[in-house]
Design a protein around this ligand. Structure first.
Ligand code: NAD
Length: 268
């Protein structure tokens, strides 16, 4: 039996990168899946790819900054598959500039997508899971920069710190209903986040687009000596989604030791 047989999952921002990898993996593990993008065509394209691979998925257009759109995602899961079991609040964006150059619009945009979008996801999924009964799993996508600073990412890092305490708060509030709320905090995984939020899904062989460090610096700074893979992220996402754990209100860091390493720019 696959890990997620009989479960239904909604994954926001799942036309590219880690969200897409999670959607494809959940489907491979037996879940029925609602994929999402702000673009109808992209959401549909991922769902189609999952169906071609033998899975069951529908694609739904939604902008996570609109609560009614997020509600539409959960409603689509219930209408199509009868229930919601797993909500992954993954959609994210960034504006990379020094703090002094971030405009009010830059700040609001990043906070709106990354933090308010996750808040709406927790609210809408929490309400559905409570009414449905039987518990469920909510997984919010943070980052190692939920607990650290780096040049050029003030709004992103503030949003991720917010996600981590929102996760703890939702876990406390929903615990009586058997609903677990956890966060994933990946380190460096190759995707197009910094470059093009609507870019193609890149896999692990993408030329590194981030502006903060060169690829080699990241490898040298990471105790495991390499970037994380999409599969390593989806392994953790499956563990949390499958339940059978005593874990809630937790931030699960998957960073090759990046945050454990305490001094200097070279670890190896
Ligand atoms: P990505 O750019 O491929 O994925 C982000 C997705 O969010 C895109 O599919 C985009 O279309 C979607 N999105 C953006 N705004 C949206 C909106 N308003 N409504 C709906 N969808 C929207 O990059 P990624 O690296 O796969 O990022 C996924 C998540 O992982 C993000 O939350 C990111 O912060 C987090 N993360 C990534 C890394 C990494 O190294 N790649 C590390 C830590 C955390």
């Amino acid at each position: 039996m696959a890990e997620l047989d009989g479960k239904t999952a909604v994954i926001t921002g799942s036309s590219t990168g880690l969200g897409r990898a999670i959607a494809e993996r959940y489907a491979a593990e037996g879940a029925t899946v609602v994929t999402n993008s702000q673009s109808k065509a992209r959401a549909a394209e991922v769902a189609e790819a999952i169906r071609e691979a033998g899975g069951d998925a529908i694609g739904v257009e939604a902008d996570v900054t609109e609560k009614s759109d997020v509600a539409g995602l959960v409603n689509a899961a219930v209408d199509e598959y009868g229930a919601l079991d797993i909500m992954v609040n993954n959609a994210g964006t960034t504006v990379e500039k020094p703090l002094l150059e971030q405009s009010p619009e830059d700040w609001r945009r990043v906070l709106d997508v990354n933090l308010t979008g996750v808040f709406f996801g927790c609210q809408v999924a929490g309400e559905r899971l409570i009414n449905q009964g039987g518990g469920g799993q909510i997984i919010n996508m943070s980052s190692i920069y939920g607990a650290g600073g780096v040049q050029g990412r003030a709004p992103y890092n503030a949003s991720k710190a917010g996600i981590e305490n929102l996760t703890r708060n939702a876990a406390v509030e929903f615990a009586d209903h058997g609903i677990h709320v956890n966060a994933l905090a990946p380190g460096y995984i190759k995707t197009r986040l910094a470059e093009a939020p609507l870019g193609e899904s890149a896999g692990d062989d993408l030329e590194w687009p981030y502006v903060d460090y060169a690829e080699e610096q990241i490898e040298n700074r990471t105790p495991l000596g390499r970037f994380g893979t999409h599969e390593e992220v989806t392994n953790c996402a499956v563990f949390l989604a499958a339940g059978g754990h005593y874990t809630t209100g937790e931030v699960l860091t998957l960073d090759g030791g990046w945050t454990s390493f305490g001094w200097g720019s070279k670890s190896r």
